[in-house]
Design a protein around this ligand. Structure first.
Ligand code: CAA
Length: 445
């Protein structure tokens, strides 16, 4: 079977930055360590007044296509995953294609376009759609462009305000991919939940504490479902486990789940048995509540062991390096986590070719998906080509007053005109409204 997966990625961060311990925490009267240690965040990326989900998505896609030497004719499908859409009918992918047609010869009239929605998991669902389209043999030799783009803004004063972010990830899905091959096995955990939603409103209604519990419950189910189809998983083959990362503190909790499920029945458990006993098994308990209590107790002891901390530092922590500096990118977040892991491996000179990553995606509402990926032999060149560090360094550092202004600019209910904090350079910008209320864009050289 021909390998299908992600051939290349590009990341585009919002051009502004909000320093959480330095600017946000003092303004909120909070201890900066709540951000750096509790939530695990140093900063959030923010969109400048001329940026939105279309400009960030189109900029990431433009850079990706240029770097890979692609023309519109090479792309048979453009899917945008977002939970920040501004149009209930016309998909964001048509706006993105319109932008790209300004800078490439040719157009995308032949390409199937769509928009995927299921909160943050929609980016991975779009990846799955592209995979299935190629596997079904409908791609006629073309690749798919999957773009996960969001402005993750919360109402001012909402607890979620601490975990905001803005950015896009563009992914090229092809046969014989350089970066990672996707496996066919998937595990799901899905239920009708009310943890985070936007019923015809721009800023989310969130039950923050509950959303954390729902994330963990669905992720556990997805891991169990994955185990039932994947058979024996050998932890020594697992290089990284990138999870959806609304904030790194969330992944600290998910890491325990990953450990329990991925390292099951292995030497690691044997090593730990003398120290903290064996992982509880469902069949040894009469009722579910007693089993869950035993699991919780095991997890609490596990967290304190050196063996677990070593495993966490090697397998999970490297997935968080970019997220710490940018906050939540919703649909792009798990794809940023994958990129962080690969980038760390490159910096450490690790040979990852042929290694496995277990990817844990989550979307509120709620659904989790687990799948495996095998790192391809062109991964180093692809990751080396990313300019994410330069982009992060170039962001304009917002003062509190700047932050309030730019938040208002992006609030659809307010009509405020604010200066740009940065000068656009070789990128798409929002250029006002058209006669039917559509958003318009232009490329700035
Ligand atoms: N030093 C060290 N740690 C500190 C601290 C300090 N001075 N002060 C607080 N902390 C720790 C807390 O103990 C807590 O850690 P634990 O959960 O491990 O105990 C952490 O910092 C956060 O503190 P609080 O719980 O007090 O923070 P909060 O009340 O402001 O709410 C939140 C946190 C619920 C995550 C809120 O930011 C929120 O609502 N975020 C949006 C929703 C969200 O991201 N949910 C995640 C799951 S849903 C999802 O994943 C979908 C999605 O993308 C939104």
């Amino acid at each position: 079977m021909t390998a299908v997966g992600i051939d290349a990625i590009e990341i585009w961060t919002g051009n502004l930055k909000l320093d959480l311990p330095g600017t946000f925490a003092p303004e909120k009267g909070e201890d900066p360590e709540k951000y750096t240690k509790g939530l695990g965040l140093n900063a959030s990326s923010f969109p400048d007044s001329y940026e939105d989900i279309v400009t960030m998505g189109a900029n990431a896609a433009h850079r990706l296509m240029e770097r890979k030497g692609l023309e519109p004719d090479d792309i048979g499908r453009i899917d945008v995953a977002t939970e920040s859409s501004f149009d209930n009918s016309k998909p964001v992918s048509t706006y993105v294609a319109g932008c790209l047609e300004q800078v490439f010869d040719g157009d995308f009239h032949h390409a199937n376009k769509g928009e995927r929605k299921f909160a943050c998991i929609a980016g991975t669902q779009s990846l799955d759609d592209a995979y299935n389209w190629i596997r079904a043999g409908r791609n006629r030799g073309r690749s798919a462009l999957v773009i996960a783009t969001d402005t993750a803004l919360y109402a001012r004063g909402d607890a979620g305000e601490a975990t905001q972010g803005a950015g896009a990830v563009a992914m090229l899905i092809s046969e014989e991919p350089d970066l990672v091959e996707l496996s066919t096995e998937q595990g799901y955990g899905s239920a009708d939940e009310t943890d985070f939603l936007k019923p015809n409103q721009q800023f989310p209604s969130v039950d923050g504490k509950r959303s954390v519990q729902v994330y963990l419950a669905r992720m556990r189910e997805a891991l169990e479902d994955y185990e039932s189809v994947a058979g024996d998983v050998h932890p020594e083959d697992i290089a990284y486990i990138p999870f959806h990362t609304p904030f790194p503190g969330m992944v600290r909790k998910a890491g325990l789940l990953g450990y329990r499920h991925i390292t099951r029945d292995t030497s690691i458990e044997d090593e730990l048995a003398d120290e903290i006993g064996r992982q509880p098994r469902r069949e040894a308990f009469d009722d579910e509540a007693a089993f869950r209590d035993a699991v919780r107790e095991y997890m609490d002891s596990l967290k304190e062991t050196e063996r677990y901390r070593e495993w966490y530092d090697a397998t999970i922590d490297p997935t968080l390096s970019i997220s710490r500096e940018v906050g939540n990118w919703y649909t792009g977040s798990v794809h940023v986590a994958r990129a962080s892991a690969l980038k760390t491996a490159l910096e450490q000179g690790r040979d990852l070719t042929g290694k496995t990553m277990i990817v844990g995606s989550y979307g509120s509402g709620a659904q989790a998906e687990i799948h495996a990926e095998t790192v391809g032999d062109g991964w180093e060149a692809e990751i080396e080509a990313l300019s994410v560090d330069d982009q992060l360094d170039a962001r304009y550092d917002l003062s509190w007053e700047d932050y309030e202004k730019v938040h208002d600019v992006h609030n659809h209910e307010m009509d405020v005109d604010v200066e740009e904090f940065t000068a656009p350079d070789s990128e798409f910008v929002f250029d006002g409204w058209g006669r039917m209320g559509e958003r318009q864009y232009r490329y700035v050289e």
